[in-house]
Design a protein around this ligand. Structure first.
Ligand SMILES: C[S@@+](CC[C@H](N)C(=O)[O-])C[C@H]1O[C@@H](n2cnc3c(N)ncnc32)[C@H](O)[C@@H]1O
Length: 182
C-alpha cells in the first residue's frame, strides 16, 4: 500500500504539534514525515519512526534537511530515551478481518483501537514525567474505549481540538501522566 498522504487528520494534529512541540519530540507512525517536519521548527531534537519501509524511505527523503532522525520501529521497539512530546496519528479504522498487513496506514485492529491500546501501554516509559502525548483518533475508533485505555494506562487527558468530517469526528487529545515526579 502507498505511504499515507497527509489529509485532514494530519493537518488537524499538525496545528497542535506546532503549538506544543519543544525539547525532544517523537513522531510515532511518521508516514510522509509531515508532523516531524512541523515539530522540527520548534523542537531541539526530533525522532520520527514508522513500521513501514516505504514510509521510512519517503520520510528520510522529505526530512533530509530538517535534522530529524528517521528510524524503522514497530511502535517503541526501536526507540530509546525519554521525550518531552510524543505525537501519534495512528491507523484507527476498524478492520473486522484484522488483516493489518494490507492496510498498515489505516487499520487499527479488529475494533479500531487495538494499536492505540498497544501504544498507550508502552508510551509512559518513553515520556518524561512532565511530558505530553498528542494523540489523534476518531469516532470510528470508539471514543469511550480510547478514553478507558488512556485512564487505564495512567494518563489524564484534555481535548485540544475536534473536526467534524460528517461521516466521522476527529479528536486530538493532550495526555499527561497522572503522577508527576519532578
Ligand atoms: C494514519 S498514518 C499517519 C501518517 C502521518 N503521521 C500523518 O499524520 O500524515 C499512520 C502511520 O502509522 C504507521 N504505523 C502503523 N503501524 C505502526 C506500528 N506498529 N509502529 C509504527 N508505525 C506504525 C503507518 O505505516 C502509517 O505511516
Amino acid at each position: 500500500m502507498d505511504v499515507y498522504e497527509p489529509r485532514e487528520d494530519s493537518f488537524l494534529l499538525a496545528e497542535q504539534v506546532k503549538r506544543y512541540s519543544k525539547g525532544r519530540v517523537l513522531d510515532m507512525g511518521t508516514g510522509s514525515g509531515i508532523l516531524a517536519s512541523v515539530a522540527s521548527e520548534t523542537a531541539d531534537e526530533v525522532v520520527a519512526c514508522d513500521i513501514d519501509d516505504g514510509a521510512i524511505a519517503l520520510a528520510k527523503k522529505n526530512l533530509k534537511d530538517k535534522g530529524v532522525s528517521v528510524i524503522k520501529s514497530d511502535l517503541f521497539s526501536g526507540i530509546e530515551g525519554l521525550f518531552d512530546v510524543i505525537i501519534f496519528n495512528p491507523p484507527y479504522l476498524p478492520d473486522p478481518e484484522d488483516d493489518r498487513a494490507r492496510h498498515t496506514a489505516l487499520d487499527g485492529g479488529k475494533e479500531g483501537w487495538e494499536l492505540i491500546g498497544r501504544f498507550l501501554s508502552s508510551a509512559g516509559r518513553f515520556l518524561k514525567s512532565d511530558g505530553m502525548i498528542l494523540l489523534l483518533f476518531s469516532t470510528f475508533s470508539d471514543k469511550d474505549k480510547v478514553e478507558e485505555l488512556i485512564a487505564k494506562n495512567g494518563f489524564l487527558f484534555e481535548q485540544v481540538s475536534e473536526m467534524d468530517l460528517f461521516s466521522e469526528i476527529l479528536y486530538v487529545y493532550k495526555l499527561r501522566k497522572k503522577i508527576h515526579v519532578d
